[in-house]
Design a protein around this ligand. Structure first.
Ligand SMILES: O=C(CO)COP(=O)(O)O
Length: 255
């Protein structure tokens, strides 16, 4: 039975005061009977503070990105060790904004995925197609390519699949991110099921167990329908995760 994961990606938003009020707002409304995991991914500079703020609650903290490098002369980069050192448990890799704005290739994202695992962090591999790719009917080719790169990073396919299975996948259609246009529950479920089917052809255990989150304009008003789909195991939420009441409403639906 896959556990639901509700994750907030705060992107480059917030300051000390707003993050304090956001975390306290979420914390104060948590219900200990909820079965889902709750994760927040602040900007890296606020990871430390967020970890302090969530203390005493079940909320987990993740980074939004990490370097594929171990350490050294890489000005401006954040290593997996640093995130883990501060108490982060997860890290996003390959968010579409990183892929498009910072030219992160599938291969680079695979390196980051591997580095995260090596450091004891759970990588959340973000995958998804642009509107043009969807219109050209290449959604699954794109998504498979993004997943294959992670598997192929390892010596053999069996090891690669096992490593992939230690992470989380987030399907985030680029056309639905920050646009207010959500994939319909059917559209999202179709891709989630296709991802699971693709993995099942290679390793049924990994396919059954891996959490596949949906991301792209998810909010309290559409979360119920999306989370009701068989292959949607949670959400990766941007804008709606910046408001405590809205985020908590989604967590409550996930229950
Ligand atoms: O990119 C996202 C989460 O990583 C989704 O962002 P929005 O929820 O703002 O569309």
């Amino acid at each position: 039975m896959r556990k639901t994961l509700i994750a907030g990606n705060w992107k480059m938003h917030g300051n000390v005061a707003s993050i304090e009020s956001l975390v306290n707002g979420i914390k104060s409304q948590l219900d200990s009977s909820w079965q889902s995991d709750i994760l927040v991914c602040p900007p890296s500079i606020y990871v430390d503070r967020t970890v302090q703020l969530i203390k005493g609650s079940s909320i987990k903290v993740g980074g939004q990105n990490l370097s594929q490098q171990e350490q050294g002369a890489f000005t401006g980069e954040i290593s997996g060790d640093m995130l883990a050192d501060l108490g982060a448990e997860y890290v996003l890799v390959g968010h579409s904004e990183r892929r498009s704005l910072y030219h992160e290739s599938n291969e680079l994202v695979a390196e980051k995925f591997a580095k995260a695992l090596e450091k004891g962090l759970t990588p959340v591999l973000c995958v998804g197609e642009t509107l043009e790719q969807r219109e050209n009917d290449t959604t699954m080719d794109v998504v498979k390519g993004q997943i294959d790169a992670v598997i192929d990073f390892y010596q053999d396919k069996t090891a690669g699949l096992e490593k992939l299975g230690q992470g989380v996948i987030a399907y985030e259609p680029v056309w639905a991110i920050g646009t207010g246009v959500t994939a319909s529950p059917e559209q999202a479920q179709e891709v989630h099921a296709a991802i699971r089917h693709y993995l099942a052809e290679m390793n049924t255990g990994v396919a059954e167990e891996i959490q596949i989150l949906y991301g792209g304009s998810m909010k309290a008003a559409n979360a119920e329908e999306l989370l009701a789909q068989n292959d949607i195991d949670g959400g990766l939420i941007g804008g709606a995760s910046l408001k405590a009441d809205e985020f908590i409403a989604i967590c409550k639906i996930a229950g």
